[in-house]
Every structure is written in C-alpha cells, then in structure tokens.
Design a protein around this ligand. Structure first.
Ligand code: ZN
Length: 426
C-alpha cells in the first residue's frame, strides 16, 4: 500500500477522535477579550502532543498588550524531530475565540454534534482547523515514522485582537525564523479546496476636525466641527469612493466585492460626549468644537501605504483650500502591509497537489479581505512560504450557531497530512 493510501486510512480510522478533540477544544471557553483559559487549552494540547513524542514549550507573552497575571497570554509550541535532517513544516492555529453574542440556539461551549457538524463558538474559527492539523500530524507520524525534518504545531493567543500576545510575540523571539521553520500552514477556515495566499493591507486612522464652542442658540458665534466633518464625508462620497472603486487588484480576494480598495468609516463622534443610557437629563446646547471619525482603509498589493495616506491628506488639503476656518489632524492608529505568497512557493504547490489527490478537483487560490496572523510571520518572522488552509466556511466565523463540518475536517486533515508526506517523507 502506498504512503498516501496509508495516510488516508489512518485519518479515516481517527474520525471519532477528530470529533472528540474538536469538542474538547470548544469546551475550553478561550474568550478574547479578555483572554480566558489560555493556559488550560495550552496544557491540554501540550499533554496530548507530548504523548506523541513532541517536545512542548509553554510560552507566555510577557508584557504584550492584554497580558496580565489575571489574563496571561499563553502560547503552546510543540516540535517533533524526524529521523533525519530536513525541512520543518509548522501548523499555526490561534486558540482564542470571539465573544458569543446573541442568537444562539445551541450551547456555544457544549461542542454538540448533530449530523455531520460540530457546533460551538470557535468550531470553524478555528478549533476545527487546529484539531484537523493535530490529527493530520498524528496520522502522518503513524504512517511514516521515519520522516525527515520536523513537524511543529502551535496554538497561539490573541489572533482575534491582533496577535501581539501570540504569533507576533513568537515571531519576535525567533520562532518563525527561516532557519528554524521553512513551511507554514495556518488552518483558518478558508474551506477545504481553497488555498489562501495572503491578505490585503490595512490602515486605520483617526481624523479630527476642529471648531470653536459657542451657545447652540447662536451658532454663528462659534464654528461647528461637525459641519466641517460633513464636508469631509461629502468629499469622500464625491471623489474618494469612486477613486477607490476604480482601483482593482490582481489579488484573488474573496468575496469578489473586496477585489478593490475599500474604506469604511468605523465610527463618528462630534460634540459633547454621549451620556450613559440611564441618564435622564437633557443635553446642553453647544456648538461642537471637535468631531472625529475612525477610518478603516483596506489596500491592495499594487498600492503603497504612503500613497494610501497621501490620498487622504490630499483630500483634506483640497477641502482646506476651499473652506474657511477648516483645520484638522490625522492620527495613525494601526497599519499592516498586504502580503501574498507566490503560487510557486513549495507549501502552495504541495497543498495544491494534496487537494487534488484528496478531493479530485483543482485547488482555488484566494486572498483574504482582512488580515490574520500571516502578517507577523511575513513581517517579523521574515518567512514568505506561508498560507492559510483549513476546514470550515469563513461566513460562519463569529456568527451564532457556528459549526464546522466533520467530513470537511477529515478531508482537510488528509490534505495536511499529504503535505507532510510531500515535504517530509524520507
Ligand atoms: Zn481565525
């Protein structure tokens, strides 16, 4: 029997174990924020992987954003050396999940199974992917005990809040340095027949317009920052949105609507602060002396971040030139460069071949509209040979009644194990 048949049989025989592992992971409510039960999930995985011969390290991201003694940012890194020198293949999953939210008809932390689905917060994003990668590694080791190189599995904190207490921290410590790790797969829920090559870039900024406070009955004695901001919003409608819509990308971003530059105004606030909902008084009449918006600009691999920023500055300057009393400030909040792994990169080619072998169809190549931990592996770790590939439907992430398909997990585990065979089999 050839290796790939043995691997598939090993995974088929572990189907119940795959479900049980996914359920166990869902039942540890690793909510972020604030970052609960991180140590517990790392201990659980460490114990399991140590039994499989992995050397396990528990790493706390001391002093990372959010790290405290009440909510320590724990990460697990497990490495299993093969019988001979060779490349290292690393599976990186985040272990945190977002808040439950409303609208559930299932226990979000029950790990209920019905038909071909496991339900729960984090089922698809991304405990199902984490479980699939663990089963893939275990099945590969059983089928090919004398592999060369090394297999690594990490479960990391805080992806949902930027990854600074997780992958960014590990990358800064050198855990993703190219001499240590050569191939990275992030089992985010991009679906079992798609390879996610990267993501668009991000720039968040706060724009503030200035005014002068006065009595609301005599607005002509002041200068309204809200009216100035409305000029900004009008200019965005008039010139900026059409410009962004005209910038198309070669990146295969999904959904299709994100295959261009986009801008969202995430928040707007002007004038006196809003009162708490239980406040029963009336507001005081004042002309707004400040108005702020937070913009969320997503940009393309064809764009430079400096151009993205100067586009906004140029727009603000145009308004200033024509609008008396207009003054403003722009504050950078956050930025991430776009990234896209080459289709000829070894991990991409191996995964594409494995998808074809398991599913009998060609892999699709996609790019994520938003960012994920690949940004840190690329920028801090300097490792380009990285993709996201995992079971689950992205549309279900962060939703009520989130679920992951059992057959999808099993198929994705087969793909991951065949990638190991391709890259590490002796
Ligand atoms: Zn995720």
């Amino acid at each position: 029997m050839d290796l790939s048949t043995r691997i598939k049989l090993e995974i088929d025989s572990r189907r119940d174990e795959l479900v049980a592992l996914t359920q166990d992971l869902i039942r540890i409510p690793t909510l972020n924020p604030p970052g609960r039960h991180y140590r517990e999930i790392c201990d659980y995985l460490a114990e399991r992987l140590a039994r499989q011969g992995f050397k396990v390290e528990l790493i706390r991201a001391h002093n990372a954003p959010g790290d405290s003694d009440a909510y320590p940012r724990w990460n697990l890194l497990a490495r299993r050396e093969g019988a001979a020198p060779g490349d290292c293949v690393h599976f990186n999953s985040h272990h945190d999940v977002v808040e439950v939210g409303h609208g559930w008809t299932r226990d979000p932390f029950g790990g209920e199974v019905e038909g071909d689905r496991v339900y729960g917060r984090g089922a698809c994003d991304m405990k199902g992917g984490l479980a699939a990668s663990v089963i893939a590694a275990e099945a590969f080791i059983a089928a090919c005990p004398d592999y060369r190189g090394a297999i690594e599995i990490s479960a990391t904190a805080d992806e949902e809040s930027g990854g600074y207490g997780g992958v960014a921290y590990l990358a800064a410590q050198g855990y993703f340095a190219p001499e240590r790790v050569q191939h990275v797969i992030i089992p985010e829920p991009l679906h079992k027949d798609q390879i996610c090559l990267g993501h668009r870039g991000v720039w968040w900024a706060e724009i503030e317009t200035h005014g002068r406070i006065a009595h609301g009955s005599m607005p002509f004695l002041g200068d309204s920052a809200i009216r100035h901001m409305s000029a900004v919003l009008a200019e965005m409608e008039e010139t900026l949105y059409p410009l962004l819509a005209s910038k198309r990308t070669e990146m295969p971003v999904i959904p299709e609507g994100a295959r261009q530059s986009t801008l969202n105004v995430n928040a707007i606030h002007g004038g006196a602060p809003e009162q708490a909902p239980d406040f029963t008084g009336l507001p005081a009449p004042c002309v707004a002396d400040r108005c702020r918006i937070v913009i969320d600009r997503r940009f393309l691999i064809e764009e430079q971040i400096d151009e993205v920023k100067s586009e906004i500055t140029a727009m603000m300057e145009r308004i200033r030139a024509s609008r008396p009393g207009f003054s403003y400030e722009i504050r950078d909040l956050f930025e991430v460069q776009p990234t896209m792994t080459d289709r000829d990169a070894p991990v991409v080619r191996s995964t594409a071949a494995a998808i074809e072998a398991v599913l009998g169809r060609e892999a699709a190549y996609v790019v994520s509209p938003g960012t994920y931990d690949q940004k840190h592996i690329d920028r801090i770790g300097r490792l380009k040979n990285c993709i996201a590939y995992g079971p689950g439907l992205l549309e279900l992430a962060h939703q009520p009644d989130e679920w992951v398909g059992i057959t999808d997990m099993s198929d994705a585990a087969k793909v991951m194990a065949l990638v190991l065979a391709e890259l590490l089999a002796a």
